[in-house]
Design a protein around this ligand. Structure first.
Ligand code: PHE
Ligand code: CO
Length: 306
């Protein structure tokens, strides 16, 4: 799997939360940074049932809404609703396809640790799954979000390369400073987590935060409320976002190739330029935007974006 050290998992169902940390995303729990073995035998019937329900519900919703690449990749991995997949089984397929591997973790990692995993083509997956009363929403990533949402596109060679490049860029931005990290995190948010892609037959979802959410899978494409705007690297890096409501703005790429090309150049001069510029509120539409849909703004929270 990898050369990372393994420690034994905690007793079933209790992630080892070690501290809380103030970040640009608010006050978030931070867990041990260890890689842990997936305690597969300890999953309960309820855990498997949560996976089954969420998997079946999202797959039904995502046909015609998620990008073809996402759906094809998820099928190719052999993820099924039957039971929570074993990381080891997925790794056999994934390592052969693109050289990525999954490592089990307790939850959100400190930024630098996360970047280092990505830079080495390791994707950290939270081992525990949400409770039945959290099917529609929870405030932090769990196994369903990480595995169902993030892992399929790692089967795609170009997207896999993007994720690794992001990890390397993250290590670099971490060395440059806090402002650079804020700019880079917005890029992750508006692509990896909440990105839309323009397909022959219309806009589709590729962002993990959307595909793992029933409500936002519908909202992002079908609601009049949010803006849908063409991808623009520096524009995105200046745009604040929502962490506790649906996004006010989604950015649309034409292809993963466009994403790779736009993010290939060294960001160092961009960080320097952005350091002297104001950020944009999440719902702003600029004259220079390529607007696919101008949001009605209906139902938007008026409190500040992060
Ligand atoms: N080119 C970026 C840099 O120099 C690295 C990067 C690539 C960041 C892809 C994000 C996505 O920092
Ligand atoms: Co995520």
């Amino acid at each position: 799997m990898s050369s990372m050290p393994s420690s034994s998992p905690p007793s079933a169902g209790t992630p080892r939360r070690v501290e809380h940390q103030q970040t640009d995303k608010g006050y978030v729990p931070v867990y041990t940074t260890d890689v842990v073995r997936q305690p597969w035998d300890d999953y309960t019937a309820t855990d498997h049932d949560v996976w089954r329900q969420l998997f079946a519900r999202q797959r039904r919703l995502l046909v015609g809404r998620a990008s073809d690449e996402f759906l094809l990749a998820q099928d190719a991995m052999g993820m099924t609703p039957d039971a929570i997949p074993k990381f080891d089984d997925l790794n056999t397929v994934l390592e052969k396809a693109t050289g990525w591997s999954l490592v089990g973790v307790e939850g959100l990692l400190p930024e630098l640790t996360f970047f280092e995993h990505l830079a080495n083509r390791r994707f950290p997956v939270t081992w525990w799954i949400r409770k039945p009363e959290q099917l529609d929403y929870l405030a932090e990533p769990d196994l369903f979000h990480d595995l169902f949402g993030h892992v399929p596109l790692l089967m795609n060679p170009m997207f896999g390369d993007y994720m690794q490049a992001y990890g390397r860029g993250g290590v670099k931005a971490h060395g440059i400073g806090a402002d650079a990290l804020v700019n880079l995190t917005r890029l992750y948010w508006y692509t990896v987590e909440f990105g839309l892609i323009r397909q022959q037959d219309g806009l589709r979802i590729y962002g993990s935060g959307i595909v793992s959410s029933k409500g936002e899978s519908i909202h992002c494409l079908e609601s009049d409320a949010p803006n849908r705007i063409g991808f623009d690297l520096e524009r995105i890096m200046r745009t604040r976002y929502r962490i506790d409501t649906y996004q006010k703005t989604y950015f649309v790429i034409d292809s993963f190739e466009q994403l790779m090309d736009a993010t290939g150049p060294d960001f160092t001069p961009i960080y320097a330029r952005l350091a002297t510029q104001e950020s944009y509120p999440a719902g702003t539409v600029l004259d220079s935007d390529r607007v696919f849909h101008r949001g009605s703004g209906e139902g938007w929270a008026t409190d500040a974006d992060v």
